[in-house]
Design a protein around this ligand. Structure first.
Ligand code: OKS
Ligand code: ZN
Length: 344
């Protein structure tokens, strides 16, 4: 299996994030991807290759032009406000909520940051755009590998993507890599594609992007949003809308859920994807379902990820894996590579 490795990922290195009323060191650190790469090499699982470049139409098919323009220019705008800002990351602090207008982009920079985000946990750094854009190219390259005949591929990249919507960042995510990969498969002629999100957190961005579409099925197994981030989306009654009605499946589970129960939800998802008739599968591979994850609440063990890989392989679809969350830094490589090795 080819791994498309984002060699620019470490350019995105947030300093602090807002967490329980304090600014704390970021959980989403470069070492996460380094551990996965090291474990792939240790087990000699396939080759790590650089992504190809794609033109910006691959991004505008998912994200709005004004949002992409914001991402591309945010750091320069920030430093132009005050040269001393170069030593700090951008963190949003004001947002439009119900009754506010979002059709007019404000001139004030802080107001722009709030327009295009939804939490204060996702610092935007000097290298965020460069890293995120190269990450999207990894996702596109991994999707292209399937089109070129590979059975499976892996986009090893950060920042992650599944919380990013058409025009907002949040949850450590800026560009929605899984959505970009799925759209690339559609644009190349596949009629139906499924995205399966196994990260601990609901993939609100991916769901929102495809919510009214019948051609991309979205299934997600995640911590119940009544208690878990991202809180405001991911309930079981969200089934898609308009032409997309029936093409969205949320399987929220309570904190403390173990592998036996989680695996039943996986089987439910895979049966729905099979019934949908997808030609390819995009897996948002978050490893924060692990028992040792510092910010999550399921209790999967390292060996359970071997079973996950086996079950995914049994679906028999060409599969792109996209790296998402997972913050037990020492174990994230073992756990991710367990899925990939068992799949292969
Ligand atoms: C608040 C913590 C926010 C949790 C973000 C979860 C990111 C993630 N500062 N998504 O899959 O892993
Ligand atoms: Zn997560």
């Amino acid at each position: 299996m080819k791994t498309f490795y984002n060699h620019l990922h470490a350019q995105h290195q947030g300093k602090v994030e807002m967490f329980r009323g304090a600014l704390v060191p970021c959980f989403e650190v470069p070492a996460r991807a380094d551990h996965v790469l090291a474990e792939l090499k240790r087990r000699q699982l396939g080759t790590a290759v650089n992504p190809q470049s794609f033109d910006d139409s691959a991004l505008t098919s998912i994200h709005s032009p004004r949002y992409l323009n914001f991402l591309a220019t945010a750091w320069d705008q920030w430093v132009a406000l005050d040269a001393a800002n170069a030593d700090k990351d951008i963190l949003p602090s004001v947002w439009p909520t119900r009754t506010f207008r979002t059709d007019i982009e404000p001139e004030n920079f802080s107001a722009k940051v709030g327009l295009y985000s939804y939490d204060a946990g996702s610092p935007f750094t000097s290298g965020t755009w460069v890293a995120a854009r190269a990450g999207a190219h990894c996702a596109l390259s991994a999707a292209q590998a399937l089109l070129d005949g590979d059975r499976a591929s892996f986009a090893l990249s950060r920042p992650p993507g599944h919380h990013a919507g058409a025009d907002f960042f949040g949850g450590y995510c800026f560009l929605n890599n899984a959505a970009i990969a799925a759209q690339h498969l559609r644009d190349a002629g596949m009629k139906k594609v499924a995205v399966l999100d196994v990260d601990y957190h609901h993939g609100n961005g991916t769901q929102a992007i495809f919510y009214d579409r019948p051609d991309v099925f979205f299934a997600s197994i995640h911590g119940d949003p009544r208690t878990e981030y991202p809180f405001y989306l991911g309930h079981a009654d969200e089934k898609g809308q308009g032409a997309g009605l029936g093409a969205n499946l949320n399987l929220p589970l309570p904190r403390g859920t173990n592998y036996a129960t989680w695996a039943q939800a996986l089987d439910t998802s895979l049966a729905a994807i099979d019934k949908f008739g997808a030609e390819a599968l995009v897996v948002s591979l978050g490893m924060d379902t692990f028992e040792g994850d510092p910010i999550s609440g399921f209790t999967l063990k390292s060996d359970d990820y071997l079973r996950v890989g086996e079950r995914l392989a049994r679906v028999g679809l060409p599969t792109v894996f996209i790296f998402e969350g997972g913050y037990a830094v020492e174990e994230v490589g073992i756990n991710a590579v367990n899925v990939l090795e068992a799949f292969a």
